[in-house]
Design a protein around this ligand. Structure first.
Ligand SMILES: [Zn+2]
Length: 173
């Protein structure tokens, strides 16, 4: 293995880089080791040990690529699970099997009250909960969100082949 996984300060994987590039970041004090496993880089006079996972000391803002908000994307993010009651496709609700068509995008703060089409303000809801909530906030409707809606995580790093065990918790292999 002659490559190093570079993490952001937030531990998000950023790139797979060469040992030389990792070394240069280390020399400049930009990164620190993020695991105990290391590889040896043969130097002219001495061997250098480079951790297979390194982490930037300062957070670098990476613009999110390709995840634009849309109703479909919200439903996909929430996997067609109702954020209020947990109902999902195939569940029975009042005697009927739920299908994709029974789910909709709910605005936590309703559009009529200034709620926006954003990742943080929208969740998947079953038609029943959506109707029950109506033009109210979850608090007013006495409904609880089962999770905090967030912008979906982009897996912009996908490794293939043999990868060090130390990388696996950061990557989709
Ligand atoms: Zn529901």
């Amino acid at each position: 293995m002659s490559q190093v996984l570079l993490l952001n300060a937030s531990y998000e994987p950023m790139a797979i880089i060469t040992l030389r590039r990792a070394l240069s970041l280390m020399i400049r004090g930009r990164v620190e080791a993020a695991c105990d496993e290391s590889v040896t880089l043969q130097g002219s006079s001495t061997n250098l040990h480079i951790p297979v996972v390194i982490r930037l000391r300062y957070y670098v803002h990476v613009p999110q690529r390709g995840v634009h908000w849309s109703r479909k994307a919200v439903l996909r993010r929430d996997k067609y699970v109702c954020a209020y009651c947990g109902a999902q496709i195939g569940d029975k609700q009042r005697g009927l099997l739920l299908t994709k068509l029974d789910f909709t995008v709910d605005h936590i703060v309703p559009v009529s009250r200034g709620g926006k089409n954003t990742w943080g303000n929208t969740v998947c809801a079953c038609a029943y909960c959506n109707h029950h909530k109506g033009n109210r906030t979850p608090h007013e409707a006495n409904m609880k969100l089962r999770w905090e809606p967030k912008r979906p995580r982009v897996t912009y790093l996908v490794a293939s082949g043999e990868v060090p065990a130390a990388w696996k918790m950061y990557l989709e292999v």
